[in-house]
Structures are given as structure tokens and as C-alpha cells.
Write a protein that binds this ligand. Structure first.
Ligand SMILES: [Zn+2]
Length: 178
């Protein structure tokens, strides 16, 4: 039967079976073309895979960068808040606020300063807010004792405990956290 070779467009007489090409040469050309097409297709698929992987990596990196920026921003915010609070505390201390002076002494690890301003703050608060004398004692020492800080520190050292009482009702607490 007559056929047209798809490679060279020549008409030829095909024998038995599924003969598609006019000659072994055209058959080889066809195989070569199929191989080329396959290589191009697979190369394209590989290229797409690589592109996709790169895009995913880029997106993941962008996401990490976003998280890093949010974290940095949060840290900066906390630092700013701390600095503002610290500045406010210093301003209050400079204005003679006993509570601020007590907190600054505590931050600085200044026990003597802490107990001194603790007593002053306690006295001031009771007198100002309630118009009465404070009944607070620490380890039995009244906040009105002129040597309160010194005696409290000595007592904590000796007894290993720190008991703060108001109207005789007491709680055991950690030193410097009255
Ligand atoms: Zn041919």
C-alpha cells in the first residue's frame, strides 16, 4: 500500500506490518526527533521544578525575615517601655518620691537604701492616705525606728527570715520584697 513518509514527505510503497517511514535513515531521523522532543520536555519540567523550589525558598526566607523584623520590633518596643518607665522612676526619685527611691535602691541592690525608703514610704502612705500612724513592723522593728534599715538588715542576717506585720498580722516574705 502507498504511504507518505512523515519525515521526507516522499510517497513510498509500504510492505507488511506497521511501516511508517520510507527508509532506515528516515526512521532514525524520526527517533532522533522524538528523543529531542522528550529531552526538551523533561528539561522544561526540571526547569519548572527548580523555579518552583527557588520560589518556595524565597517565600520561606521572606517569611523568616518578616518574623525577625516583628521580633526585633517587639524587643525595641519593650526596651522603649523599660527606658520610659526607668526615666519616669528617676524623675519621681529626683522629685523626692519615696516609693521611686525605694524601687531604685532595690534595682541597684542597695539594701540599706531600700529599707530606709521602704520605712519612709510606708509612714508617708499611711499618714497621707489614712491619716494614721503605720503599725507596720519588719522582724518586730517599727518603721518609725530611726535605725529601722540598719536593725532590719541585722535581724534578717541573724534570723534568716523577714517577717512583715501590720496590726500584729504577719506574713513571711523574702528579704527586700516587703
Ligand atoms: Zn522518508
Amino acid at each position: 500500500m502507498k504511504k507518505i513518509c512523515p519525515i521526507c514527505n516522499t510517497e513510498f510503497i509500504a510492505g507488511k506490518g506497521n511501516v511508517k517511514y520510507c527508509s532506515p535513515e528516515c526512521r532514525r531521523k524520526a527517533e532522533y526527533a522524538r528523543h529531542n522532543e522528550w529531552a526538551t520536555r523533561t528539561n522544561y519540567a526540571e526547569k519548572k521544578r527548580v523555579e518552583m523550589r527557588q520560589r518556595r525558598l524565597k517565600e520561606a526566607e521572606a517569611h523568616r525575615e518578616h518574623l525577625r523584623q516583628m521580633h526585633d520590633e517587639r524587643i525595641r518596643q519593650i526596651q522603649e517601655d523599660n527606658e520610659r518607665a526607668d526615666q519616669e522612676l528617676h524623675e519621681r526619685a529626683e522629685a523626692g518620691d519615696n516609693e521611686a527611691l525605694m524601687k531604685l535602691a532595690e534595682k541597684a541592690g542597695d539594701r540599706a537604701g531600700y529599707y530606709k525608703y521602704f520605712a519612709l514610704y510606708e509612714i508617708e502612705r499611711e499618714e497621707k492616705d489614712f491619716g494614721r500612724r503605720s503599725t507596720r513592723t519588719v522582724n518586730g522593728i517599727s518603721v518609725y525606728d530611726p535605725d529601722f534599715a540598719e536593725l532590719v538588715m541585722k535581724s534578717i542576717e541573724e534570723t534568716g527570715q523577714c517577717i512583715s506585720k501590720i496590726n500584729g498580722q504577719g506574713i513571711k516574705i523574702d528579704a527586700m520584697q516587703i
